[in-house]
Design a protein around this ligand. Structure first.
Ligand SMILES: C[S@@+](CC[C@H](N)C(=O)[O-])C[C@H]1O[C@@H](n2cnc3c(N)ncnc32)[C@H](O)[C@@H]1O
Length: 203
């Protein structure tokens, strides 16, 4: 099945709590963004955001310049319906990240469990180039993947597991690692997935 078809199918057949990555509140990401002290008008983009609650959380925190990119139009319809009027405050882009041609520069790039689906070296390389084009000179990057103690698949698809060094290596051409931590995510099925989160800033 093609990548897009897979995700359109997921978001048309499963409820939000029937997917392993569901979080009622994306505390790790929201806390990280708050701790960075980004101004409320900072341009923030969430890659493969799906229908996660990050946009809800950031709107509640007062952020005014939010973009969500996802390959699945169904996911974006779902979050738009949930947000109602507030959806007008978010820019939505339906695109495969590898086809994304950034039209503006962002201050913060967030990706939780989207980048790790790229398993071909040339796709990983293209992703890092797109990040570099899209981020402003003092832009920051925050990536969450399954760690090398985490699952080998996500949503039934092969993923690439990372550790601090392998993730640093992906972005090292233009970005400096500022820190990493691992975290156990409790899925709605009461299983544990070990994530690695790393932050980067431009060199
Ligand atoms: C495991 S879910 C994570 C969703 C969300 N980031 C979260 O933490 O709840 C992966 C998301 O990435 C999207 N996705 C997968 N591959 C993608 C790609 N190549 N380009 C853009 N989005 C993609 C899927 O549609 C889905 O919404």
């Amino acid at each position: 099945m093609e990548r897009k078809e897979h995700w359109e199918n997921v978001f048309s057949t499963k409820t939000e709590k029937e997917v392993s990555w569901y979080q009622q509140y994306p505390k790790t990401s929201a806390d990280y963004i708050t701790a960075l002290g980004l101004p409320l008008e900072a341009k923030i983009i969430d890659i493969g955001g799906g229908d996660s609650y990050l946009m809800d959380a950031l709107l509640d925190l007062g952020y005014t310049n939010l973009t969500l990119l996802d390959i699945s139009a169904n996911a974006i319809d779902r979050i738009k319906n949930r947000l109602g009027e507030k959806a007008n405050k978010v820019t939505f882009i339906v695109s495969d990240i590898l086809d994304f041609k950034p039209q503006e520069q962002y201050d913060f790039w967030h990706d939780r469990a989207c980048f790790h689906f790229l398993t071909k070296p040339e796709d990983v390389d293209l992703y890092s180039k797109i990040v570099s084009q899209a981020l402003a000179d003092d832009g920051k990057l925050f990536i969450g993947t399954f760690s090398d103690n985490g699952p080998k698949k996500c949503s039934g698809l092969e993923i690439t597991q990372y550790n601090r060094e392998s993730l640093r290596f992906v972005f090292e051409r233009d970005f400096k690692l500022t820190g990493c931590f691992t975290e156990d995510h409790l899925t709605p099925f009461d299983t544990i997935q070990n994530f690695l989160f790393c932050g980067f800033k431009r060199k």
